[in-house]
Design a protein. Structure first.
Length: 399
């Protein structure tokens, strides 16, 4: 029996593509430093678990399809502190940020429509586009200028009458770039001119380093009908497994459509929403501590990468990722070799091949996304393995 064309278009996630090799290595007793996936190692705040433990209902029933009011109210308060107010019906709780992106795209796109992206971009955008048969119009960005967008006129070349939205993450996964005010202004101008939605994935908002600042598209009051914000507790509160995200927009027509989608899947998980609501009571110091830790890891990673012969990398500005160009012909082959054939004292390292973060065939073949969500000592060990692995691979495999 045949499967749908839709599911046959769906490819394996590049962040998990090499899992069979890592699982085999672990069966052999090899320790792997996982730098391939954005799984924070910072402890999930106890508030989350304590709130769930206090639940004393006799039945764990369905929650409201929009989400529980205490969580929606906490999200309102969070955005109020940023100077952005959303009404209750302008927020829906989703099963993670991924469902938020999927529901958003389902509400906007028909098959054959087009979406504007800047490549490289979050790899799962590919999955959603493939399933929904949405064409990606990809604006190329380059490591040499820190993966920042080209000028407005260049971006506009990729917009057609079928282009319905621009989608991006800020700060960026996978590059770590933080969009400038000028870049956001350019996208805002093009959104108005071409009547496009802006799907602004802001899940890494707190993780920006130095003097930079992540500006929310929610601050663009004259774009209220165009802007859709994707948010999540996964990275902000180190609670990826809770699977709680949200969609936020002042576009009532769009939000009504999304609410119908939420009704279709009944509700987000009740206990996790209770725990998530408690997380918003954490003091601001929580983020300062987490940001300081990630900043230290960022500096270690960048310093070690710049010492490696032939590696091209720009200092990441936000999130906890960097996209690095390696002196190899094929980064995926190199990553597999590290898992199958190379270790130092029974330890090796795993990265996400860069090709899966692009729409244009052939780009990113020699790049890897590195996530610095490991503690500093483990990160140093992983970088030493990468350095020695590159030397041996270039000498013995790609000589």
């Amino acid at each position: 029996m045949e499967l749908s064309n839709r599911i046959q278009r769906l490819k394996t996630s590049p962040t998990r593509k090499l899992n069979p090799y890592s699982e085999e290595a672990e069966r052999k007793g090899i320790k792997i430093y996982h730098l391939n996936i954005g799984q924070p190692d910072i402890e999930t705040p106890k508030l989350f678990f304590e709130a769930i433990e206090k639940f004393n209902g006799k039945t764990l029933g369905y929650a409201h399809s929009r989400g529980i009011k205490p969580l929606i109210q906490k999200i309102q308060e969070y955005y109020d502190k940023m100077g952005i107010h959303y009404e209750e019906d302008e927020i829906v709780i989703t099963y993670g940020g991924s469902e938020a992106v999927l529901f958003t795209m389902l509400a906007i796109f028909d098959e054959g429509d087009e979406i504007l992206v800047a490549e490289p971009y979050y790899a799962n955008y590919n999955s959603f586009c493939d399933v929904l048969n949405v064409k990606r119009n990809a604006v190329r960005t380059y490591a040499e200028n820190g993966f920042h967008l080209p000028n407005r006129d260049e971006i506009e070349k990729y917009i057609t009458p079928k282009t319905k939205a621009y989608m991006f993450s800020n700060p960026s996964n996978p590059t770590g770039v933080v969009s400038t005010k000028q870049e956001l202004d350019d996208i805002a101008y093009l959104s108005k001119k071409h009547n496009m939605y802006i799907i602004s994935d802001e899940v890494y908002r707190e993780f920006v380093y130095g003097d930079r600042k992540a500006i929310s598209f929610g601050t663009y009051k004259d774009l209220a009908e165009n802007v859709i914000i994707i948010d999540s507790i996964s990275k902000r509160f180190s609670a990826c497994g809770a699977r709680i995200g949200c969609i936020i927009s002042k576009n009532k027509n769009f939000m009504n459509a999304v609410f119908r989608e939420c009704q279709m899947r009944l509700s987000a998980p009740t206990l996790e929403m209770i725990g998530a609501a408690a997380l918003y009571d954490l003091p601001s110091e929580y983020f300062e501590i987490a940001r300081k830790e990630y900043d230290n890891r960022r500096k270690i990673l960048f310093e070690e990468l710049t010492k490696m012969d032939g590696v091209i990398v720009k200092e990441p500005e936000g999130a906890f990722y960097v996209l690095a160009k390696l002196p190899v012909k094929n980064a995926e082959n190199f990553a597999i070799w590290l898992l199958k054939d190379f270790n130092i004292n029974g330890e090796t390292v795993m990265f996400a091949p860069g090709e899966g973060f692009y729409a244009t065939a052939g780009l990113g073949v020699d790049e890897v996304r590195i996530c610095y969500s490991l503690d500093s000592e483990d990160l140093k060990s992983a970088m030493n393995i990468l350095k020695e692995g590159l030397i041996k691979y270039r000498k013995e495999v790609e000589r």
